[in-house]
Design a protein around this ligand. Structure first.
Ligand code: UDP
Length: 370
């Protein structure tokens, strides 16, 4: 018997497990995959830590969370600044003075602001109701057409006019020459990879891999007083109200016999025709160096293809539109009746969570438990 069974060894599950263990509780962590770390899992290929379930860049303004993660691992000084490739034209991201200069030839912040205001006015948007209107009112029509429209429709498989505007609010707009994608005080990549970070968080905690909770639910339920479930909430209830929609991603990984493919960790392909959304070149998250600090002669790239999720696929991004949010609320009502079970994390709460927010939410959850 354990005090807690934690289903899922991603960031949420690992942090909850660590905190409960440190509070004197007995815990068992299980995961249906053969590896820990959920979607932040990294695997060493050609001495490069490859982000197997999509690129993750840790960034936060939450000092408590930063202090927490840096207890377990050192972070490097990586700063995310993706490049947008629109039909061979390259633009700086996030949208900043370099982007505006390349797009319009404007030189001063005043000229850039005037250009955006002019395009917003021409589009006649006062209160943005969806992502398209939000984007145009933030950065104008040209940037929307070249850098947002195609990318977003590929990523979400829906027209921008049918997507919620909050998605685009993740992207900062700056009238300065600052290519740092995130407005965050703290940023970096764990030295040695995310798998090592999670392994360190789980140090001394019993973990069983390759076991499926939902397939042997009653057996597992009998093993612990309480369950922390971080899998998909609709799967927990056997999709009885219908399935929540996700976007999934397919990765085509390639090892290339060259030291430098694209010169940056992330290049977004923002036109509608290129079938992939972006290409990640993993070595640049670590400045092209291996764990010993040597230059790496080869490179590993991943092309990302966004796809509609169907049962059996890996769920990546919750689609928090009106329809799915309403369905999630119904599942949440069912979840409230499961007295033994706590639902948490990106899949358990059906939430487009950043890593720092997941950790903050896991820490807050444990405070209510102990
Ligand atoms: N986005 C865009 N063009 C880009 C990059 C992002 O239009 O070149 C928009 C797009 O709608 C996307 C959102 O910004 O869904 C958030 O992008 P981000 O790269 O932050 O998403 P993530 O890294 O979580 O996949």
């Amino acid at each position: 018997m354990y005090d807690y069974l934690i289903v899922g060894s991603g960031l949420y599950g690992s942090v909850v497990a660590r905190e409960l263990k440190d509070a004197g509780k007995s815990v068992l962590v299980i995961d249906k995959r053969q590896n820990i770390a959920g979607n932040v899992y990294t695997e060493k290929i050609e001495n490069i830590h490859v982000h197997k379930y999509g690129a993750h860049i840790f960034h936060t303004n939450n000092k408590e969370v930063w202090d927490y993660v840096t207890r377990f691992i050192e972070f490097n000084r990586f700063t995310n600044s993706p490049v947008a490739n629109y039909k061979g034209e390259l633009y700086s991201l996030p949208f900043n003075m370099y982007t505006f200069n390349k797009m319009w030839g404007v030189v001063t912040p005043e000229e850039a602001a005037a250009k955006i205001a002019e395009q917003r006015k021409a589009a006649g948007i006062t209160e943005p109701k969806n992502l398209e209107e939000q984007a145009i009112s933030l950065v104008g029509t040209d940037i929307y057409e070249k850098l947002i429209k195609g990318y977003t429709q590929k990523q979400w498989g829906r027209p921008c006019s049918e997507l919620p505007s909050f998605i685009i609010k993740r992207l900062p707009v700056r009238l300065t020459f600052d290519n740092n994608y995130f407005n965050a005080l703290y940023q970096g990549i764990p030295v040695g990879g995310y798998t090592k970070l999670v392994a360190n968080i789980l140090d001394g905690i019993e973990v069983r891999l390759g076991v499926d909770y939902l397939e042997n639910k009653s057996e597992f339920d009998a093993m612990a007083d309480k369950i922390v479930y971080t899998g998909a909430i609709d799967a927990y209830f056997d999709y009885q109200l219908g399935n929540l929609e996700y976007r999934s991603v397919r990765f085509e990984n390639e090892i290339l016999d060259m030291p430098n493919f694209q010169g940056n960790a992330a290049v977004n392909y923002t036109d509608a025709e290129t079938p992939w959304t972006r290409i990640i070149e993993h070595k640049w998250f670590e400045f092209g160096k291996d764990d010993e600090g040597n230059d790496i002669p080869k490179t590993v790239i991943s092309r990302e293809y966004s796809s509609e999720w169907k049962p059996g696929d890996e769920p990546y991004y919750p689609v928090n539109d009106e329809k799915n949010s309403a369905l999630y609320e119904k599942y949440k009502e069912l979840a409230a009746k499961e007295e033994k079970v706590i639902f948490g994390g990106r899949l358990g709460e059906y939430k487009y969570y950043d890593m720092d927010a997941v950790i903050a939410s896991a820490l807050a959850c444990v405070k209510t438990l102990v």
